[in-house]
Design a protein around this ligand. Structure first.
Ligand code: ZN
Length: 329
């Protein structure tokens, strides 16, 4: 079964000098994607920063400021795509994905996690588009020029988009860049629902009715996303699927549990609105199926709860459909 996945953080490894081909101790490598029967992977430039200027993830040497990091990570992504061009090619539309697939190649779609480098300037949205970016998570876990992140404080969680955030959503709609609401505050999410003219995506989030954390979507949010023709990609992080009390025991993700979240999200948002959003190489939970190479075990697990038609939608058709609706080709 072909696989389309909405989010991974593997570009960070490219930035640190690792290569897609033969990458070890990672969820994703060229070989693992092939073994997992990949059609298309969204590769996110996750921009590590925080307002104090220190890197917000991963120990080690301090990272450059956001704009500089973004450029270096982008160059590292291009380098890896060039090195692997016989097997995987950047795609800028669904037409590209289908063309690559017909030629026996996988596709990558470039995305951004944290619109911090937009820096309040609308021309930077155009710059993203020119670089090939086709999806942008408006925030990560810090306030930026667009809005505010999800929060465990209910009041903070309801803060909406800033005026620039609304302008950026409109420009992304015009250009054909998907708005990604994962990590965004709930207030920001509702502003996206209000202002977007296109379907939108929650690239790596789960169902809050089954796990009460702010990174997951309430049933009301899932319904609204479905009504807009959007898609949510299920995240494999154990802490978004069930409460993690004892990390030793609980930081484990089973096939059954991912299927349970997908079933719930499909029941609430609609079967056209659910997909995979692994968070590969961005989350550390132990996975029953190991890594991308074991993806078909997860697909097999869907058979108990979904029809063959529905499984195709979850595995890749919904992702292709939503990108086509947003990009226009
Ligand atoms: Zn994330």
């Amino acid at each position: 079964m072909r696989i389309a996945d909405l989010h991974c953080d593997t570009i960070m490894r490219f930035y640190h000098g690792e290569h897609l081909r033969g990458m070890e101790n990672s969820h994703i490598s060229l070989e693992k994607l092939k073994a997992g029967e990949w059609m298309v992977q969204c590769f996110a430039i996750f921009v590590p920063w925080n307002p104090s200027g220190k890197p917000s993830r991963r120990p080690g040497p301090a990272l450059p400021p956001p704009a500089e990091y973004f450029e270096l990570a982008y160059q590292a992504y291009l380098r890896e795509m060039e090195l692997c061009k016989d097997e995987i090619l950047p795609a800028y539309s669904v037409e590209d994905v289908e063309k690559n697939y017909a030629a026996g190649k996988m596709s990558s779609i470039l995305t951004v996690e944290d619109g911090v480098t937009l820096d309040g300037k609308i021309e930077n949205v155009d710059e993203y588009y020119k670089k090939g970016v086709r999806m942008v998570a408006l925030t990560w876990n810090h306030e930026n020029s667009l809005g505010y992140p999800q929060s465990s404080d209910p009041q903070e969680h309801m803060r909406g988009l800033k005026p620039f955030g609304i302008d950026a959503v409109r420009r992304m709609n015009e250009l054909g860049i998907a708005v990604d609401t994962s990590h965004l505050s709930e207030g920001g999410f509702w502003d996206v629902v209000k202002h977007t003219t296109k379907p939108f995506i929650a690239s790596h989030s789960c169902a809050r009715a089954l796990c009460d954390v702010g990174r997951d979507l309430t049933d009301e949010q899932l319904k609204a996303l479905g009504n807009k023709g959007g898609v949510v990609g299920v995240n494999y992080l154990a802490g978004f699927l069930h409460p993690v009390v004892d990390r030793e025991k609980d930081d484990y993700t089973s096939v059954e549990e991912v299927v349970r979240h997908l079933r719930h999200m499909a029941d609430v948002a609609g079967i056209e609105s659910v997909a995979f959003g692994s968070d590969y190489d961005g989350m550390g939970s132990k996975l029953e199926w190991g890594d991308a190479s074991g993806q078909q075990l997860l697909v097999k697990g869907l058979e108990k709860s979904f029809t063959p038609d529905e499984i195709e939608k979850i595995c890749y058709k919904n992702v292709l459909r939503v990108f086509k609706d947003i990009i226009g080709k």
